[in-house]
Ligand binder design. Structure first.
Ligand code: ADP
Length: 520
């Protein structure tokens, strides 16, 4: 079976070897075993179902939310001599119907459809006449509410599969799945947990960096000047910000374009097309841009604002370097981003459970912006990998600044959290430590605590950032929705007892210069 798969790999796609995970997923599917494949972006998920489609009888049905990618995929398959088509809302009614009749007649090896099709009864009836031996679910995380891109119509897939007289094999593929999302994929598609092939999420060619405490506009300008001819994406949180940045970059002579949901369909298509063909070198966009982009030579993805969670960040940043070449993923952090993301969550129509989940994910995103350990490893841990190795090339791994001992400051914060009986959040803890004369502080008599004002030489903002650092390094944990309370962790106990030290980079220079308020 593997020989046949290798032959197809060479004959149709021109490659000699399978990439990590591909061989295993393909042989599972060829032996009729439903399989979940979790591979990083650019890892080669498409071949995992395209090769079986050529070796199995009948047709492979591909469910994909990426309407704009379907055409590219189908064209690429046609070029390789493989009969394929897509059926989606971009077609006229009569074209769609014609393709469906041809598909039912067995004309195509692969048929790509958008999940919304599964809501159309005529379509489902036509499917029953099709000889489908494999169903490939692309972007399978869309089936889970816990994923970052839940699509309700994905929930119809299991019912659709059950309608076939002969059960097809099922391939569910994604690049972003936390253990919880993976569980959902298995449960909702009836795939055993033992049939999950994970090749790891690491993207070795990506260099992750977080820039804090610098003027974002200046940083961006300097970076773009140095990388003028390289294609890249800048993500911003709002349409207004996208408009502003794009105008500014154009004024500064960069070939910049923009993409957000406030533009007309043709304007968006135009930006995407021009970026794809290197007519634009920088595309400034909201998160509306990306799901459908298949540009392999994106050299950098800069987040002008912090996104709402690690999954969204990794997926967006992961659009850099799909060709395997070295690329930058830079996040420009500023504390206002936290407020904005909280506002987005608050305004959303999610129920309270989901909102709390989103707040929790946001905390982990904030942790990413404050950790001093390996950024790639932080992301991998988030996705459930145990003890990932440091990447040795992210901004933190390459940060050679000496570490300073900040144990005493950490003890002050931790004992304040303890004194406050783990009932208050970051803002209040910082206020108490800074000795603020806040109305609430007086009302709750927090000014009589021994830890009141013990860091009054620091600004509340600096203390807040230090708390973020302690949280990112797991000396503190946060729990609760929009205004989480700070709690001690297993790591904080030895620090409080004086049995463990807390070290922090970047504190040395400031301490040596004895800059007031710059201890952290
Ligand atoms: P994904 O969907 O996982 O992001 P794709 O399926 O688009 O990735 O594949 C990314 C690129 O890798 C494509 O250009 C594809 O042709 C190439 N590729 C896939 N498998 C192999 C392989 N075994 N050897 C070499 N290149 C491969």
């Amino acid at each position: 079976m593997q020989d046949a798969a290798h032959r197809v790999l060479k004959q149709y796609f021109g490659y000699d070897e399978f990439r990590k995970g591909q061989g295993e997923i393909i042989s599972c599917l060829l032996s009729g075993k439903d399989t979940v494949g979790i591979m990083p972006t650019g890892g080669g998920k498409s071949l995992c179902y395209q090769i079986p489609s050529l070796l199995l009888p009948g047709t492979t049905l591909v469910i994909s939310p990426l309407i704009s990618l379907m055409k590219d995929q189908v064209d690429a398959l046609a070029n390789a001599g493989i009969p394929a088509t897509f059926i989606n809302s971009s077609l006229s009614f009569s074209d769609g119907k014609k393709r469906l009749i041809q598909a039912a007649g067995g004309r195509y090896k692969l048929v790509y459809v958008a999940p919304e099709r599964l809501e159309v009864p005529d379509f489902l009836q036509a499917l029953e006449r099709m000889d489908v031996s494999l169903v490939a679910v692309d972007e399978a995380h869309c089936i889970s509410q816990w994923g970052h891109d839940f699509r309700p119509s994905y929930r119809l897939i299991a019912d659709m599969i059950a309608r076939f007289p002969r059960k097809p094999a099922v391939a569910a593929l994604t690049a972003t799945a936390t253990p919880r999302v993976t569980d959902d994929i298995c449960r909702l598609l009836h795939i055993p947990q033992t049939s999950v092939v994970v090749t790891g999420f690491a993207r070795d060619n990506l260099k992750f960096q977080v820039i804090r405490g610098q003027n974002s506009d200046t940083y961006l300008n300097d970076y773009l000047k140095k990388n003028r001819d390289q294609p890249g994406i800048i993500y911003a949180a709002t349409r207004k910000e996208v408009d502003r940045l794009c105008d500014r970059l154009r004024k500064d002579g960069f070939a910049a374009g923009k993409y957000h949901a406030g533009l007309s369909e043709s304007e968006r298509a135009d930006s995407q097309e021009r970026f794809l063909y290197d007519d634009l070198s920088v595309l400034v966009a909201t998160n509306a841009f990306g799901m459908g982009i298949n540009k392999s030579n994106v050299r950098y993805v800069i987040h002008y604002n912090m996104p709402r969670n690690i999954e969204a960040y990794y997926q967006e940043a992961g659009r850099a370097g799909r060709d395997g070449e070295k690329s930058d993923c830079i996040l420009l952090f500023s504390p206002q981003d936290i407020r904005l993301q909280k506002f987005f969550i608050e305004q959303s129509e999610m129920d309270d459970t989901l909102k709390n989940e989103e707040y929790h994910k946001l905390e982990q995103m904030i942790g990413y912006c404050h950790t001093e350990s390996c950024l790639q490893a932080y992301i991998l841990r988030y996705f459930g990998e145990q003890n990932p190795e440091p990447c040795r090339h992210c901004g933190n791994c390459l940060d050679t600044r000496e570490k300073a001992d900040v144990t005493e400051a950490a003890q002050k914060v931790l004992s304040c959290v303890r004194r406050l009986r783990e009932r208050y959040g970051k803002t209040m803890v910082a206020k108490v430590l800074a000795g603020a004369a806040d109305q609430k502080i007086i009302q709750f008599k927090l000014d009589s605590l021994p830890t009141y004002g013990i860091m009054k030489d620091q600004t509340q903002r600096r203390i807040g950032e230090f708390i973020d650092f302690l949280t990112a390094e797991q000396y503190l944990a946060q729990q609760g929705g929009a205004y989480p309370t700070l709690m001690l962790t297993a790591r904080s106990v030895p620090v409080l007892k004086g049995e463990a030290r807390v070290l922090k980079k970047g504190a040395v220079r400031a301490a040596q210069l004895e800059v007031h308020n710059e201890l952290f």
